[in-house]
Write a protein that binds this ligand. Structure first.
Ligand code: F6P
Length: 326
């Protein structure tokens, strides 16, 4: 087995609350093996530009509760080109980096897979995205915080929706995944929801809302996943107008609020366990896999599977949201 003395860590794609806690855990566990950890700034962009520096204990002091990522993040187009990947590898070699920890989502791991094959660079992935759309882990780092942020927002909207007897369409993030919307709908007691994994017509969505209103409710909260097939919050507002001509319908797009803020305790726990497992896994010779937690156990899933396989909300969870919303 190749010996590892220096690892490079980077965060890539959309940031997510808990990334800092994960880097802290990586640093602490790395110190057990006397490993040096290098922070690669702005993900693959910093790798290409050679924006790399040794991380010290001080860097991860007092950051467990901070959202964002102190080593920054980026979505890199350049890394898709082989000449830039070659430059990235030369930069890593200049720092004698023998292995990488990549914290991000699908796109991040797709890049890592190509890179590690081209240059034989052992890489460990950590699921860092609010979307919770990664196969190989029950939850991704940042998802719980994002849902908490969305629920807090919906609670506030509920007050004003109630006061004015209004319908609100509340759009949440998730790209092509409905996890944030579904968990937000259940936890905020929403009347209806629409997610990409469970397509429905405007009429069916209106029916969900009507059922909720029949319970003598004069207002309604509709959670809409940004990737749903009907369209964004404003399209849904327009579509629902024909079914509820008498009702005021308003739209709130929660947007990037969901990406920031202090990580929840659950996200800090997840980040701690996975950061620790990432270093342990690399030292055991694991490579090109993502560390995740499935049924409360750490598991390592090959990048190929994480990228190819879909993770969808369980059917019974969708049913739960529907029945409790009525
Ligand atoms: O993947 C995380 C995410 O926040 C998605 O939910 C959203 O679709 C996307 O990133 C937004 O990306 P950006 O911050 O680049 O606009």
């Amino acid at each position: 087995m190749r010996s590892i003395n220096r690892i490079g860590v980077f965060t890539s794609g959309g940031d997510s609350p808990g990334m800092n806690a994960a880097i802290r855990a990586i640093m602490r566990k790395a110190s057990v093996y006397d490993l040096h950890v290098y922070g690669i700034q702005r993900g693959y962009e910093g790798m290409i530009d050679g924006d790399i520096r040794r991380l010290e204990d001080d860097d991860v002091r007092n950051i467990i509760h901070h959202g964002g990522t102190f080593i920054r993040s980026a979505r890199s187009q350049r890394f898709l080109q082989s000449e830039h990947r070659k430059t990235a590898f030369e930069n890593l070699k200049a720092f004698d980096i023998d292995a990488l920890v990549a914290i991000g989502g699908n796109g991040t791991f797709a890049g890592s897979l190509v890179f590690s094959k081209e240059f034989d660079m052992p890489t460990m992935g950590l699921p860092g995205t609010i979307d919770n759309d990664l196969y190989g882990t029950d939850f991704t780092i940042g998802f719980d915080t994002a849902v908490n942020t969305a629920v807090e927002a919906v609670d506030k909207i509920r007050d004003t929706a109630d006061s004015h007897n209004r319908l609100f369409v509340i759009e949440v993030m998730g790209r092509n995944s409905g996890y944030i919307a579904l968990h937000t709908a259940i936890s905020s007691g929403a009347s209806a929801f629409i997610i990409p994994e469970e397509p429905c017509s405007m009429e069916e969505l209106a029916d969900q809302v009507k059922k909720a209103l029949r319970r003598k409710k004069l207002f309604g909260l509709i959670i809409s996943a940004e990737g749903n097939h009907l369209g964004n919050g404003y399209v849904i507002q327009d579509g629902l107008k024909q079914y509820f001509p008498e009702q005021d319908i308003r739209v709130t797009v929660i947007g990037h609020l969901q990406r920031g803020g202090a990580p929840s305790a659950a996200d800090r726990m997840l980040a701690a366990r996975l950061g620790y497992a990432a270093v342990e896994g690399l030292m055991e010779g694991k490579k090109n896999v993502m560390a995740g937690i499935v049924h409360d156990k750490v598991v390592f899933t090959p990048f190929e599977e994480c990228i190819k396989k879909d993770k969808k909300p369980a059917h019974d969870r969708i049913e739960l949201a529907r029945i409790l919303g009525m």
